[in-house]
Design a protein around this ligand. Structure first.
Ligand code: UD1
Ligand code: UDP
Length: 379
């Protein structure tokens, strides 16, 4: 990691954050707050990839994010159509606003769309949560990660394995900064607001319960996968009350496959961040295919069963509470986990200490201070 001397950002340096989808918001919040405290001029652009109140606006309210300066309103579409809308909207904006740096988060289409536009306009790019790899190119997110990392000038990584992957892909080590996990900053900052008791009373839960979140294309897009998934989740509901705050992506297919028909299983709309993590905090186990939820359960010490053949977050297995399971084995693994009960102590990944936003802001501040003056040619 290159040591940069901290300098104040130039007053003319504009930083633009680009968010698009639900998992981006808890990652961006601590970075925006830390840069704000350093007096950096910044704007927040929301692409509108996610647009429902429960998928986007509730996070702005609950996480103290500033209102977006611009909402591109791109909405849903095929990968090409959605990414193209993101790119054309951002190109006009970046040409007009002339940012010195854009900051992108995670691995969604808004992340890669923004990085492509900035790279071709010669604007520097910082990628928060760089270097994660599932090595599964059938995941759209994996394509987005690899491309975004190749284009980025500052790569902020959440776990040591990510540094190794970036090294193998030829990214110069001086661009890579191991800073910890800003999503965990947000979790730690809001811990007092996550009330399992409120969640229990809100959802009528008396005994042990499980929470499930499911939205990966590999689980919910194909009717045959959806049918297998429903069977697996019903096997969990046979053991304990199961609450499913359901992502809109798979709702129709999972309903058609009979998800809603088990009397110990309750399907609800996606929850706000605070309500969701309150519910997770009190759960005996979580079943998920989410990336972020693997990390949050690790921090909260809640056993996590990830319904995927791989994870780009292996640190949640080696240092956390996560375990990969197939749909076929979910029922009996859940039975073992519920019988074992929650552990008292568990390791936590290195630098997941609530200070990632500060570390990122230090590096960004130094980068802006160290940039050559406009017209002197950067990068
Ligand atoms: C996207 C990300 C995925 C991330 C997930 C987080 C990509 C390629 N995928 O997947 O990495 O894990 O967000 O939740 O960027 N929809 C609504 N309301 C909304 C948003 C979406 O109803 O506010 C529905 C629409 O039917 C839409 C579908 O969900 O077609 C999928 O949305 P999209 O943003 O394309 O992908 P996600 O599955 O949400
Ligand atoms: N989340 C939420 N409400 C829900 C489900 C998830 O607030 O009903 C939060 C969760 O705590 C995490 C983020 O959404 O902070 C994860 O987003 P998601 O699972 O959609 O995306 P992924 O992490 O898989 O990309």
């Amino acid at each position: 990691m290159r040591e940069l001397t901290r300098k104040a950002a130039l007053p003319s340096d504009l930083v633009i954050h680009v968010t698009g989808a639900r998992p981006n918001f808890p990652k961006a919040a601590p970075v925006i707050a830390a840069l704000g405290a350093r007096g950096v001029t910044q704007e927040l652009v929301h692409t509108g990839q996610h647009y429902d109140d429960a998928m986007a606006k509730v996070f702005f309210r609950q996480l103290g994010l500033p209102e977006p300066d611009v909402d591109l309103g791109v909405g849903s579409g095929t990968h090409a159509r959605q990414t193209a809308s993101i790119m054309t909207g951002l190109e006009d904006l970046f040409v007009q606003r002339e940012p010195s740096l854009i900051i992108v988060y995670g691995d969604v289409n808004s992340t890669v769309g923004a990085a492509l536009v900035a790279a071709k306009l010669g604007i520097s790019i910082a990628h928060v949560e760089a270097g994660l790899r599932s090595f599964d190119r059938s995941m759209p997110e994996e394509v987005n990660r690899v491309v975004t990392d190749q284009l980025s000038d500052l790569l902020f990584v959440t776990s040591p394995d990510a540094m190794i992957h970036l090294g193998h892909e030829g990214i110069p080590s001086e661009r890579v900064h191991f800073v910890g996990n800003p999503m965990i900053d947000t979790l730690l900052a809001n811990l007092d607001r996550f009330s399992a008791e409120q969640a229990r009373s809100r959802h009528g839960l008396t005994g042990e319960y499980v929470v499930a979140t499911l939205h990966r294309p590999s689980n919910v897009d194909d009717p045959a996968d959806a049918a297998e998934l429903v069977k697996a989740v019903h096997a969990v509901a046979d053991l304990a009350r199961t609450v499913v705050p359901l992502h809109p992506r798979g709702r129709a297919r999972l309903e058609a496959a009979g998800l809603f028909t088990h009397d110990q299983l309750t399907v609800i709309d996606p929850l706000g961040y605070v309500e969701f993590l309150g519910l997770v905090r009190g759960a005996a186990a979580v079943v998920t295919d989410s990336g972020g939820v693997q990390e949050e359960t690790t921090m909260l010490g809640v056993p996590c069963l990830t319904l995927r053949p791989n994870t780009e977050r292996p640190v949640t297995i080696t240092h956390g509470t996560n375990r990969l399971v197939t749909r076929a084995e979910l029922g009996w693994v859940a039975g073992q986990i519920l019988a074992a009960g929650r552990v008292e102590h568990w390791p936590v990944p290195p630098l997941w200490d609530g200070k990632a936003g500060e570390r990122i802001a230090d590096v960004v501040g130094a980068f802006l201070g160290a940039r050559p003056a406009p017209g002197k040619g950067h990068g």
